[in-house]
Design a protein around this ligand. Structure first.
Ligand SMILES: [Mg+2]
Length: 424
């Protein structure tokens, strides 16, 4: 059995831990330079505000009752690490899937104890970090993802749900679930499936895996097996949610050479940037993570992650690689055999929505165009002459754009000067 643990409204929950007056109010968190909404509280969702909405498009009556905050990545990254540290107390097999989601493996645990463990895990995370989470257990990742949604939506589960592959409940849920809602099924795939008469998750599960493979891809075939309860998907198979991009890989052998880690990370960050440009997005922050091999219980264990803020939403590989390397500098520790390093681009918004800001000067605009041409050339060469033809050796130094984040809350957990003050 595997579980998916997902923090509820993560950015907003982090803010609420330190400012309880935000409880029960519509709260939105803005991308860098305070452009678009990248996180919403339930109350803001209920007002009909869409993800990615530009701040200046909010209707005045909504704007008046809403608290809008600048993103505080130092806080979110640190809280994310704290949550995973708690999860690691329950199982050594914790894999981050996004800044607010982790898969936690429970292979070999007594199945009858899982629900109770799930509740303990949820309560402990809440008690130790203040963050509310939902937990979904299932035999496969695809079903665990679904179990998590059920845990979140149906109050009777109290935040923890377990789905068996062949139970009546699972069947009922799959029959009601449109195929687009399955993790890993893209909208375009769903449209083609519809033409084949497959509209619900249940119909997809009943489809002939070989046929699905020949018409779509091996990953889509694996999703069919996973819906049937056969665990075949690796995390690398799955693209993260649309608003983030993850690239990571395990090393062939463990290493503690910082040079190896840097090289791997440089490659992952460049690859992630390429994917970002392909989907015409820009990212506001980057999460870097490292870990040792949890199966090597004879070796000292270490896992860590950090979020680095990008100076402004960007798709430039140079900025992204530089931020990744900067993050790694904080994470590397002597004496550990690292097995994995990876990056995750956070809060991707459409490049077209990127608005000019007050701090933008003609030089910025010029630099921006130059960056665009350079990146287009890099991508073209790599596409035509093979991956990795053009690589970035030296990341450029931090650029001169200044970050506008007027409404950022204090970095409560990572800066001594910004600790919470209590008045008595
Ligand atoms: Mg979440």
């Amino acid at each position: 059995m595997i579980s998916l643990v997902d923090c509820n409204n993560f950015y907003v929950s982090c803010e609420r831990v330190f400012d309880p007056s935000l409880e029960g109010r519509p709260v939105g968190v803005l991308s860098n330079n305070d452009g678009c909404i990248v996180a919403r509280s339930n109350e803001l969702k209920a007002l009909g505000v869409e993800m990615g909405a530009a701040q200046h498009h909010l209707a005045p009556e909504i704007r008046r009752q809403t608290v809008l905050l600048s993103s505080n990545y130092a806080l979110y990254g640190d809280m994310s690490k704290r949550v995973t540290d708690v999860l690691a107390q329950f199982s050594p097999h914790v894999e981050p899937y996004s800044i607010d989601e982790s898969f936690v493996g429970f292979q070999g645990f007594d199945p009858d104890t899982l629900l109770e463990r799930g509740h303990q895990m949820r309560n402990t995370v809440r008690q130790w970090t203040g963050i509310p989470v939902s937990v979904g257990f299932a035999p496969t990742r695809v079903l665990a993802k679904l179990a998590n949604q059920v845990a979140k939506k149906v109050p009777a589960h109290e935040g923890v749900c377990r789905l068996e592959a062949d139970s009546h409940t699972t069947k009922t849920i799959l029959k009601q679930l449109p195929v687009t809602e399955i993790w890993g099924v893209a909208r375009r795939t769903a449209e083609r499936l519809k033409l084949m008469g497959i509209e619900s998750a249940w119909e997809f599960r009943q489809a002939d895996p070989k046929h699905i493979r020949s018409r779509f891809s091996v990953v889509q075939e694996r999703i069919v097996w996973e819906l049937r309860g056969q665990p075949v998907i690796r995390l690398d198979d799955m693209d993260a949610p649309k608003k983030q991009i993850m690239v990571s890989r395990s090393f062939g052998r463990v290493t503690n050479n910082p040079h190896d880690l840097r090289e791997a990370l440089r490659h992952h960050a460049a690859r992630a940037s390429e994917k970002l440009r392909l989907q015409r997005g820009v990212s506001s922050g980057i999460m870097v993570f490292v870990r040792t091999n949890p199966f090597r219980t004879d070796l000292p264990q270490y896992r860590n992650r950090i979020v680095v803020t990008l100076d402004r939403p960007t798709d430039d590989s140079r900025d992204i690689v530089a931020a990744a390397i900067e993050g790694l500098r904080h994470l590397w520790r002597k004496g550990y055999a690292f097995q994995k390093v990876g990056v995750m681009l956070l809060d991707i918004t459409p490049k077209a929505n990127r608005q000019l800001t007050l701090t933008e000067t003609p030089q910025c605009e010029l630099e921006s165009q130059r960056s665009e041409r350079l990146m287009a050339t890099v991508d073209k060469l790599n596409r035509e002459l093979g991956k990795g033809t053009v690589q970035l050796g030296l990341p450029r130094k931090g650029n001169a754009w200044s970050l506008r984040s007027e409404r950022r809350t204090p970095r409560y957990t990572t800066q001594w000067q910004e600790l919470v003050t209590v008045s008595a």
